[in-house]
Design a protein around this ligand. Sequence first.
Ligand SMILES: Cc1ncc(COP(=O)(O)O)c(C=O)c1O
Length: 365
Amino acid sequence: MANAVTTATPTPRARVQAMMEYHPPLGSRDALRLDFNENTLECSPKVRDVLAQISAGALTRYPEREPVEAIVAAKLGLRAEQVALTNGVDEAIHVLFETFLEESDELLLPVPTYTMYQVYASATDARVVTVQAAGDLQFPFERLMAAITPQTKVIAIANPNSPSGSVASREQLLELARRAPQAVLMVDEAYFHFYGETLMDLAGTAPNLVVARTFSKAYGLAGLRLGLLAGPAELMQWVRRVLSPYSVNSLALACLPAALEDTKYLDWYVGEVLAARREFEATLDASGVRRWPSCTNFVLVDIGTQHAEFVRLMRAAGVLVRDRSSDPGCDGCVRITIGTREQMKKAVAALNDALKVLRAESGKR
Ligand SMILES: Cc1ncc(COP(=O)(O)O)c(C=O)c1O
């Protein structure tokens, strides 16, 4: 009987079978990339120099995270045990949820927000509690406060938020942390550099606050996969148990100090994007396109029922933008990443042409 042939196939956990699938539209992106909020240009030349010097022999070693964590922690004014480097912020989110969320726990989220929070939560046994932002897509502070229960175990806030570009104030975030001392408040500062406000100064001391940062956006290192989580050592020790010791590869670790050092490049890129955003927002306003205020390197615009056609026309003109119309409360919305002023000239030309076509089409109906 032991060798009997069976037609049964392995089945994953019920939770995994019910998990939401997420397939980011990463195919055919050989165009102006205004669809993923990446740096649209390149990383610091200092990082490129480090990469060029990496020997074949260096790749034979397992990556050692701790010395680089110490450098990053010192830059942030924290102790090494308060900082964990991760394979992008996505891994930080995944590991944090795996560490803290179990059955009967609740993950509290304002929506719309970054999609991966729900994806990773759906692999845990916790319940996801969402709080819908009002039509202005501003941070729904009062309703989040009211949604906290004794079961709330993690509260995930992207600040600034995507896709809305809106922000929560420092006071609001601290108030949430105080109201839910049994919960980890994760403040995801992926777009920090375009905003400037942070809770990082409290990451080591506020007992239930962890702050996430990415190197995928302003630093231009999305392909290297680098993120970090900072929080009190008492919480970070649990996160480290779940985190793979090798998930940040040696190329990423080698490049990180150079990326942090080159503040000149970072400041230049951020300044360029902010100037480009001001110009682009003025263009949108002049064209009568409704938009939401943004504290980031992207703008959410309301195209209405023709959103899919708009995205198609932009792509045909060589500009990739992201349809967010299926995000909660974002009917008809498209998110447009901001690049340099030079790059945005092409985006403006494509936008004006697309609007002309759409307006002619809707005039015919
Ligand atoms: C709010 C937010 N957090 C995290 C990420 C992903 O960061 P990473 O590339 O470091 O995984 C994104 C990417 O779009 C994001 O918008």
